[in-house]
Design a protein around this ligand. Structure first.
Ligand SMILES: [Zn+2]
Length: 285
């Protein structure tokens, strides 16, 4: 089973995790910039954090044979802190980097006017830099948060096929599916979405545009829940090809839209164009 975790915060995980992930089949990850728990007091802290997401962390992942990419943004929670707002001006410098495959995590935490503004500004950056966007949805008041999220996405003019709306559940899945956006599901150890509930959603809605992630961070979480979801799919009668689509080809297709997802060293030879020798992932579709 080959696995691409499209949303995981490796900064807060140990080398044991990298080892276990690699053994479980995780070959590539995307690490979105997020809130670190301790509020940051200046934009300079973000510079160091963003640099580590595109420098140190890919190096650390590489030691375990895991490819590491990042998404960069001012996260929704800290968008409310005036000390962090200047981060918006730092973003263009990072959105040009090859290791950055999307703008994210953006979206809503408490749905304040400050969050509205940062969300819209960063969707505009995604359009300007021709990058996909990773959108976080609030863990409270999910349906309302999701509706408002989709309205802002639609208003921004970004192609819905270049947006993933994340942390979905049974309440929000249909809304997002009807919007044309990609659907992100974070599988957690004992709250919110579980592997079993995910399997039910895949049964009902199919595998198209579906992304499964562990969203593992410094809270209670488990980087192997992508693998557990693959196992649960197989046990429920899904084929190996279905599992590969959800856990590998879907995230590759989504982030491949950045034109920066070079996985040529990981691919099976059949995925390389025999005419040009180029990886089909380069330049993305
Ligand atoms: Zn996250």
């Amino acid at each position: 089973m080959r696995i691409f975790d499209p949303h995981i915060h490796m900064t807060s995980r140990t080398t044991d995790d990298y080892e276990r992930m690699a053994a479980a089949g995780v070959r590539a990850v995307v690490e979105p910039a997020f809130w670190l728990g301790q509020p940051r007091t200046s934009a300079a802290s973000f510079t160091d954090y963003f640099d580590s997401l595109i420098g140190w962390e890919p190096f650390r992942a590489g030691q375990f044979g895991v490819r590491h990419f990042a998404t960069i943004a001012l996260n929704p929670k800290e968008a409310n802190d005036p000390r962090c707002r200047p981060v918006l001006d730092l973003l263009p410098r990072y959105l040009d980097k090859d290791a950055v495959v999307a703008v994210g995590e953006i979206g809503y935490d408490s749905m304040t006017p400050e969050e509205d503004e940062a969300f819209a500004a960063q969707l505009a950056l995604a359009v300007a830099y021709d990058l996909p966007a990773l959108v976080h949805t609030p863990h409270r008041d999910k349906a309302r948060g999701c509706e408002r999220t989709l309205a802002v996405v639609a208003e921004s003019g970004i192609d819905a096929g270049r947006v993933v709306v994340d942390h979905l559940n049974e309440v929000t899945v249909k809304l997002v599916r009807d919007s044309g956006c990609w659907l992100g599901f974070s599988i957690y150890p004992d709250t919110k979405m579980t592997p079993q509930r995910m399997v039910e959603l895949l049964r009902e809605y199919g595998t198209d545009r579906m992304l499964v992630n562990s969203a593992a961070d410094w809270g209670r979480s488990d980087p192997l829940l992508t693998r557990a979801t693959g196992e649960a799919m197989l046990a429920a009668g899904f084929s190996d090809d279905d599992v590969d689509r959800v856990l590998w080809r879907n995230p590759v297709e989504f982030y491949g839209q950045s034109g920066r997802l070079d996985l040529s060293d990981l691919e099976d030879p059949a995925a390389v164009d025999p005419q040009t020798g180029n990886s089909i992932l380069r330049g993305g579709s």
